[in-house]
Write a protein that binds this ligand. Structure first.
Ligand code: PRX
Length: 635
């Protein structure tokens, strides 16, 4: 029996049991039957979480783009692979067939080679959501170059940090981007970033907004003429199963961003298998995930997972509010979208605008709805269910992370009965554990604890680029022999999981992971600032927003506070990007600290969230007197 496509709950339990009892046999069958290999593996899995080292399908050889493109050419050559929906609804959508995608990726791959990119080189991609983004990612994979996509909302400093961390040789960008009514000068941001990047040999520039930009002689090249000249076919580079496919940066609670390294075979198998099942994708369906390819959701569930299944995947350049708040629903109607996958923050923002925008559109094509990126609150869940799914489309609340590569805890559409705010059951092959404060696993139901995973899964990140020790310290040191997710969760009476949120100093704002340390570092660069601490507080639309407690130097006290507030946000925008701006800045006389000098964010979190009835024990503080003062001046 093929376990590739699960169709009902009984089957889920059956297949789940098999995947846990005999993981190697299970994954071997899935890999064997549904993918194209140049050489089969010698060993399905070897692992040791103490090192940590995990290898899936060792000895196998493949190219992921053959799986995503070439193998569909005979059966689905004319089928649309990617529908590109532009920012402006007046501009025509593009339908790129698998055959066209093949040619575009091959030409691009040949351009990369011609510019000196070889297997194993790192290529930074800093592009808006235009077809060149998808094509350049796949072109890198075609020739075995490691792509590092940086979300095009990050600042030049954030970009240069990422380029340098992984020693990229090339940047692929565009003259600019459209975002709603605005245009953004992407190339200018790249130019600023490259002032600090010695390793970049060439920059390829796609034309999108037709603006006048500076092209640096010898370094910068317009993309289109190179593509026009390039040969239309490119033999794929044969990769080992564990060769890196890409690096993707994610925020940590401390230090610089972590370049998570994903490898080839396991990532491919797991993203394809989860996509097919979670969304119950069928051959003629049109699937749309609204994420940006600059995040893991876009990598796994706009590109690799869907394309591996020969799906039609929509790529949207714009924002949900332009030209009005009906844009998402208009796109669903226009392309007859069957599976729609978005983030709670978008749902809340659209719900706030009322159902009038929804009612104008025919959403009857919708079969499955998905959500990802942060906990979804009950109200948003019901709004989505009532107004978008019309109570007929199951909502798959998918919990996973940049580090996990693919969906980990989730309902399977039409199989798993859903429950608002619950990600429900572990996906096939995933073995979660809840841990208590003493490092012991909490068994049984109706319990809560810290969420770990106790057995490897194929798409887990293998390391942090250039810093394996940090990988070990962050994920494998808190609990013996387990991967620690950084999230808290509870398990209800039937074994359903509900993710309760981060238990570390990562704050999720509008679905974006932000570490407190880099933001505090940025604030502390302001000449008037002595020290600062950032916490999250509940926000109706963003889920969490940022609250900064800032102590000024004596010399800074005379400064106009409103100006300092603005300047602080300006520095944050320059160093990280506008997504990390603070909603509130409170000036304090001091920050609560432990005797060892550590800032007690727990107390600040409660004050910012106006939950001051129980602040916990403050007697161990070095300076308990500051707490009352902070409470009295809370914003
Ligand atoms: O806290 C969890 C939250 O997002 C974190 C991972 O963020 P990132 O690496 O940016 O990946 C986001 C897209 C996969 C998790 O540690 N998170 C993600 N999905 C959910 C969630 N929290 C609750 N429910 C979810 N469905």
């Amino acid at each position: 029996m093929s376990n590739y496509h699960i169709k009902h709950l009984e089957e889920y339990y059956q297949v789940y049991r098999k995947s846990v009892r005999n993981p190697e046999i299970f994954w071997e069958e899935i890999a064997e039957e549904h993918f194209m290999w140049r050489k089969k593996w010698d060993n399905v899995l070897s692992w040791d979480f103490t090192k940590p080292e995990v290898k899936w399908f060792e000895g196998a050889q493949l190219n992921i783009t053959e799986n995503c493109i070439d193998r569909h050419l005979y059966t689905r050559g004319d089928k649309t692979a990617i529908i590109f929906e532009p920012n402006n609804p007046e501009e025509e959508a593009q339908h790129i067939s698998y055959r066209q995608l093949h040619e575009k990726v091959c030409r691009f791959a040949n351009v990369l080679k011609e510019k000196g990119i070889q297997k194993g080189d790192r290529v930074c991609i800093y592009l808006p959501m235009i077809p060149e983004l998808a094509i350049s990612v796949l072109a890198c994979a075609r020739i075995g170059a490691i792509h590092s996509v940086v979300f095009a909302g990050f600042s030049s400093i954030a970009l240069s940090t990422r380029i340098n961390d992984s020693n990229c040789k090339m940047v692929i960008t565009s003259d600019g981007s459209f975002r709603g009514a605005k245009t953004i000068d992407l190339k200018g941001i790249v130019d600023d970033a490259l002032e600090d990047c010695d390793g970049i040999e060439s920059v390829l520039v796609a034309k999108r907004i037709n603006s006048e930009i500076h092209m640096k002689e010898g370094r910068d090249h317009w993309l289109q003429p190179l593509l026009d000249e390039a040969y239309h076919d490119c033999v794929p580079e044969i990769m080992d199963a564990e060769d890196p496919l890409f690096i993707l940066y994610t925020s940590g609670s401390t230090g610089k961003p972590k370049g998570m390294v994903h490898t080839t075979a396991g990532y491919m198998v797991f993203t394809a298998y989860t996509f097919k099942n979670v969304f119950q994708y069928r051959e003629k369906d049109v699937y749309w995930c609204t994420a940006d390819i600059g995040w893991i959701t876009g990598h796994s569930y706009i590109l690799y997972g869907p394309l591996c299944n020969g799906a039609t995947t929509v790529m949207f350049e714009g924002v949900p509010s332009y030209p009005d708040f009906g844009r998402f629903w208009e796109i669903i109607e226009k392309h007859k979208v069957n599976q729609f996958y978005t983030a709670p923050t978008a749902i809340r923002a659209l719900a706030k605008e009322g159902v009038k925008h929804v009612e104008k559109h025919d959403l009857s094509s919708i079969k499955v709805l998905g959500t990802v990126g942060e906990p979804i609150n009950e109200e948003a869940w019901h709004w989505y269910d009532d107004n978008i799914g019309k109570r007929k489309a199951p909502i798959v609340d998918t919990w996973w992370q940049t580090e996990t590569g693919g969906i980990m805890i989730t309902p399977i559409a039409f199989c798993t009965p859903t429950k608002p705010t619950y990600a429900t059951l572990p996906f096939i092959g995933i073995q979660p554990a809840l841990m208590d404060e003493n490092g012991k696993e909490i068994k049984g139901n109706q319990v809560d604890g810290r969420l770990c995973i106790k057995f490897p899964w194929p798409s887990m990140a293998r390391t942090i680029w250039g810093n394996h020790q940090r990988y070990k310290d962050t994920y494998f040191s808190a609990y013996e022999n387990k991967y620690f997710t950084g999230d808290g969760a509870l398990r209800d009476e039937v074994g359903y999981y509900r993710i309760t949120g981060r238990v570390d100093d990562v704050i999720i704002v509008s679905g974006h992971n932000l570490g407190t340390a880099p933001i505090e570092d940025a604030i502390n660069e302001h000449p008037a600032v002595a020290e600062s601490a950032i916490v999250g507080f509940p926000h109706d639309i963003k889920g969490n927003a940022l609250y900064g407690f800032v102590t000024l130097k004596e010399s800074g006290e005379s400064r106009n506070h409103d100006n300092v507030r603005k300047e602080i946000n300006q520095i944050i925008t320059e160093q990280i990007g506008p997504i990390a701006k603070l909603d509130k800045v409170q000036f304090t006389n001091g920050l609560p600290k432990t005797r060892s000098g550590k800032i007690m964010r727990r107390i600040l979190r409660k004050i910012a969230g106006k939950e001051t009835s129980n602040l916990g024990d403050t007697s161990t503080l070095l300076n308990p007197e500051v707490v009352q003062d902070i409470m009295d001046n809370v914003l």
